[in-house]
Design a binder for this molecule. Sequence first.
Ligand code: LMR
Length: 334
Amino acid sequence: MRKFILAAASVAALTFVGPASAQSPIVIKFSHVVASDTPKGKAADKFKELAEKYTAGKVKVEVYPNSTLYKDKEELEALQLGAVQMLAPSNSKFGPIGIKEFEVFDLPYILPDLKTLRKVTDGPLGARLLKLLDNKGMTGLAYWDNGFKQMTANKKLVAPSDYKGLKFRIQSSKVLEAQFRALGAIPQVMAFSEVYQALQTGVVDGQENTWSNIYTQKMHEVQKFATTTNHGYIGYVVVVNKKFWDGLPADVRDQLSKAMKEATEFGNGQSAKENEDALADIKKAGKTEIVSLTPEQDEAMRKAMMPVYKDVASRVGQPLIDEFLKETDRSPMN
Ligand code: LMR
């Protein structure tokens, strides 16, 4: 696949014609791994619509959903090489390219709701994190929401001890690895596009994801139980190839920034509802039992996962974790 990315990158370099002319619109390939009918899919389609409208056709945005172009790690390499121009990977996926700090968003129970999240992403910490992308050949344009994660498995998951010995698919984040180890489970990194089959064939026993991702990937059809835990957050960093972005005519960049701002408001304004709707659809499908936790069971889960904060402090950075908690003005235990 690396060979293919390199080949695609050189074609992209040859065909990039600089400022747009009437005959040759500037093409933005926007690759992502989820279905179109999800918070990220809809925000990407909205960006396409607005970008093409505001640039009056000078820019054409091609959205490639569902890993049709690249899988998780490949898409970041492809962006760095210029084979695609735009992506929105989850915060959990930047570790393998050497940016560990976004994994702070993966800490269990670090965010109680999206309003609190916004304090971080719209504040100085959010801006500083985006700046880290610069020396990796990317520019961070926005934070997009998905929502809160739930646990699924073929076993009913209520107490921390229920996780013991089970294999869970995780995204490529060391924080998520530590989280499942804290529960006595066995984490296994796997690309998003491979999860359904891995669950179906028993390569892994369970996984964590948002209701919208669970529903649109049909995971509920191959998992007997889903527990409403809301124990973690999935959100995205919209990134663009820095060379491409800096090389755009200033007026086009301004129009695209405006389109991005509005697509972000649109997407983030409806992500919670999309996850609620997906949960309703999962219930309607009747293939997986939805398990709720009592306040005592919820507390036991929080307690079991708290060692993760210490386990990953040296990786993510204790000062960063402290600053995050200070900005959100809370403790993950409640
Ligand atoms: C996952 O890999 O589980 C998610 O990050 C996929 C996504 O982009 O929402």
